[in-house]
Ligand binder design. Structure first.
Ligand code: F6P
Ligand code: MG
Length: 506
């Protein structure tokens, strides 16, 4: 079911896969070892079983790191009772088994996270069974995004308040509450584009790239000025088409409505990263629901810790919790003097240490968003729908066969928004397409006549890219890489983006 085009391999020195397998992944596993180590050190001595199990998890991670660095073969993933292990297994056997430095990029990177997850899911103590080895990092980076969070929260409150008051105004004047003139439609479209672009650039800040970016770099990527400057870096922008379909669906449903409740129109977001990116995803979701461009937003998180920063359901809860009590969340970390078992200061790492306490005004602002999103969630307009399919190793080309229930479910949606780089790699099969290949071709079974409307919001952090105008790839290679044009390095850093649409409705 995979594309007939060769996929990217960790043996290819011109691919980001090469550096990933040799430098980035060992650094990520080292980070996981440090995290478990710290947690073990913070456990009270009375937790004998958890301490012992934590140490054996550290040993398991160290083995994985050794195998990775010494180019050993990928070994079968120990059974943890989940059916996807069989799929990983069968593919591993069919592939050789391969070694770390000569294996398909997509398969091996998914295998890496699946294998780490097994160390926890096979644990005997409840403490480690539900442990997310990346959780600390995810929350720390969200904390460090505070300036951008406050800026966006202010913008969101203004927009939502304005939408509500203009709706109330229309109701008082006995009109339908829908935008009527071309001018109003244009204004609505501009806001949609703004919200979607906020959502797009929120993806530039994922943690699997943090091995090469600092917290300061991340903050610079998040503000409105950065977004404005980045507009020219969106190489393809199909947001206009996506708006048209949502707008048309809204008009049709209003025209057909007999009572006050027009028919349901669903937008799906296949989530990528937690923290700041999830925050901006909720901004888009809240906006779509407030305007009526959607009546329901379904969010698809991962079921296991994934690619460091991806959203698991607990991250959604953690974000809302943080926003419910923002003063506590943003309070300076634990006072020095609190020691863990190893005698180190038990303070948060990296983010938030020097920032002042949150003002009452800012706390209120964040609570406005909390009230809005938690009531949308409670009322069933904002839904979380996990599936193990999202952490399979295969690309989305396999979806109709390996996850027909997900495929059928997505057909119910007006628009499925796929966030981020990994989702884009999976949409396109992570294959070495010519960069001018139409997006609709590269997504195979999700393309024409699939019955699924797809919108990819992706900042480029890997080699694959499609749908570019003739000569664009060469032009950027030349401009940003000089004579070093063999690899597509420009597409690795998250500086460039593509927003691509496929109207898969039959
Ligand atoms: O490029 C680095 C990388 O980790 C890729 O391996 C992966 O596809 C991507 O980043 C994850 O980024 P995102 O969180 O945007 O999917
Ligand atoms: Mg991610």
């Amino acid at each position: 079911y995979d594309p007939q085009v060769p996929t990217y391999q960790t043996s290819d020195p011109t691919s980001f896969a090469f550096i990933s397998a040799r430098e980035r992944w060992p650094a990520i596993v080292t980070g996981a070892i440090d995290d478990v180590h710290r947690t073990v050190a913070s456990l009270p001595d009375s937790e004998i079983d958890a301490v012992a199990e934590g140490k054996s998890i550290v040993a398991g991670l160290a083995t994985l790191k050794y195998e990775l660095q010494h180019n050993r073969a990928l070994t079968p993933i120990p059974d943890d009772g989940q059916p996807d292990v069989a799929g990983y297994h069968a593919e591993l056997a069919a592939r050789g088994p391969p070694t770390w430095h000569d294996v398909e990029w997509l398969y091996s990177e998914c295998y890496l996270y699946r294998r780490m997850a097994t160390l926890f899911s096979r644990a005997q103590t409840p403490f480690w069974k539900s442990y997310d080895v990346f959780q600390r990092q995810k929350m720390d980076t969200f904390k460090s995004s505070r300036p951008a969070v406050l800026e966006l929260a202010g913008r969101y409150r203004d927009i939502i308040t304005q939408i509500r008051s203009s709706r109330d105004h229309k109701v008082i004047n006995n009109s339908s509450g829908s935008p009527e003139t071309e001018k109003e439609k244009e204004a609505e479209k501009m806001l949609f584009v703004e919200m979607a672009e906020i959502c797009l650039w929120g993806n530039a800040t994922d943690l699997s790239l943090l091995t090469s970016l600092t917290y300061e770099d991340l903050q610079k990527l998040q503000g409105s000025r950065a977004r404005k400057e980045s507009e020219k870096n969106v190489l393809v922008n199909d947001l206009g088409s996506a708006f048209e379909v949502l707008y048309a669906a809204q008009r049709t449903s209003q025209a057909n409505a007999t009572g006050p409740s027009a028919s349901s129109r669903r937008v799906d977001i296949v989530l990528d990263n937690a923290g700041f990116e999830l925050f901006v995803d909720l901004i888009l979701a809240g906006y779509l629901l407030a305007t009526g461009l959607a009546t329901e937003v379904v969010l698809h998180p991962k079921s296991i810790p994934w690619f460091v920063s991806d959203v698991v359901p607990a991250d959604f809860a953690a974000l809302l919790n943080a926003m419910q009590d923002p003063k506590t969340f943003y309070a300076p970390p634990a006072a020095a003097g609190t020691k863990d078992r190893s005698g180190k200061d038990a303070v948060a790492v990296g983010a938030g240490r020097d920032t002042p306490a949150l003002s009452d005004k800012d706390a209120e602002l964040i609570q406005f968003l909390f009230d809005d999103w938690s009531s949308l969630h409670a009322e069933g307009q904002l839904i979380l729908r996990p599936s193990r399919f999202w952490t399979h190793a295969g690309s989305f080309w396999r979806m109709p066969h390996t996850a027909p229930e997900v495929f059928e479910d997505l057909k119910e949606s007006e628009l499925v928004i796929f966030k981020g780089d990994l989702n884009y790699r999976k949409l396109t099969g992570d294959a070495a397409w010519s960069p001018t290949t139409p997006f609709t071709t590269a997504i195979g079974p999700l393309g024409p006549s699939s019955g699924i409307r797809t919108l990819a919001l992706r900042t480029c952090k890997a080699d694959v890219v499609v749908g570019l105008p003739e000569g664009k790839d060469e032009e950027i290679r030349k401009a940003s890489q000089g004579d070093d044009v063999e690899a597509r390095k420009w597409a690795w850093s998250g500086k460039w983006a593509v927003v691509q649409f496929s109207d898969g409705k039959a």
